[in-house]
Design a protein around this ligand. Structure first.
Ligand SMILES: Nc1ncnc2c1ncn2[C@@H]1O[C@H](COP(=O)(O)OP(=O)(O)OP(=O)(O)O)[C@@H](O)[C@H]1O
Ligand SMILES: [Mg+2]
Length: 259
């Protein structure tokens, strides 16, 4: 259990790559909220999520400070992996352990002293809601595809680590149902921060942080003004997903998919 419930985390400004001060006052995120981080390659998106992951205290390349409930976070948040309230999942998240999915999850359960072993199947079932490529408990972790691995890591962060804050650095990939992941994270009341190049993920987030040259350039909160664009992104994403599944299944297209 976390020593203190998280009500909010606050990012305080640092410096851009030229060493000039960032021009925002503070960015606060609370459980149940989603923020996306967008911007060109090399603009500092990953650096920002890393600041959050390690609760930077003016001790990283960006000079930012991250507070929990308005204060410097307790030591355990940073040092003790079991108390850490943040799960970071990246494109490079891989599992090298030569274990079956079931064994891997059981090991994680034990390390967190969770006795209810039904949690293993619940985690696998949740992961299977995120991906079309079915994951089974008797599969080898190392044989999972990128989409399956990331789906399992997100489900593991929700069900087993149960961290209130989840950071996802460009995890969207062909094998993962983005809309469903976001919906689930909101339902579980997680504070979620996505680094993304995906329009649907950006539009589904309540706020967008725009990065440039190592600094936060602006924070956009579109409210309902992007409703039509979101509907369009949902519709297009749905078409693309269905096409992908059919192509994978070896089908050909002789009629429109959008019907
Ligand atoms: N404010 C900053 N001051 C100094 N260096 C920075 C700052 N922000 C980022 N950097 C450095 O710039 C480089 C690129 O940053 P980063 O990897 O965060 O970019 P990115 O937006 O995630 O790019 P990509 O889209 O390719 O993943 C890194 O070496 C990072 O340490
Ligand atoms: Mg990056």
């Amino acid at each position: 259990m976390c020593p203190e419930a998280i009500r909010e985390i606050t990012i305080l400004p640092g410096r851009n790559k030229q060493g000039e001060p960032e021009r925002f006052d503070a960015i606060t995120i609370r459980p149940g909220e989603t923020i996306s981080i967008v911007g060109p390659t090399g603009s500092g998106k990953s650096a920002l999520v890393n600041d959050i992951e390690i609760f930077a205290q003016n001790d990283t390349v960006t000079g930012r400070t991250v507070l929990v409930n308005g204060r410097q976070p307790p030591e355990e948040f940073v040092r003790d992996p079991a108390q850490k309230p943040v799960a970071l999942i990246t494109q490079h998240t891989k599992c090298l352990a030569d274990l079956m999915v079931r064994e891997f999850l059981l090991m994680h359960l034990r390390s967190r002293k969770i006795e209810d072993e039904t949690v293993v199947q619940r985690t696998i079932d949740l992961a299977n809601e995120f991906t079309g490529e079915k994951i089974r408990g008797d599969m080898k972790m190392t044989s999972l595809s990128g989409g399956q691995t990331r789906s399992l890591m997100v489900a593991d962060a929700i069900v087993i680590s149960n961290t209130p804050i989840i950071l996802l650095d460009e995890v969207e990939s062909a094998g993962i149902f983005k809309g469903r992941v976001i919906e689930t994270l909101k339902r579980y009341g997680k504070a979620v921060i996505f680094v993304t190049h995906d329009p649907l993920v950006s539009l589904l987030s309540k706020r967008r942080i725009v990065m440039r040259d190592g600094s936060v350039e602006k924070v956009i909160e579109p409210g309902d003004s992007e409703r039509e664009a979101l509907d369009e992104a949902i519709r297009l994403d749905d078409i693309i997903c269905r096409m992908r599944e059919r192509i994978r299944a070896g089908e050909t297209f002789t009629a429109p998919v959008s019907a």
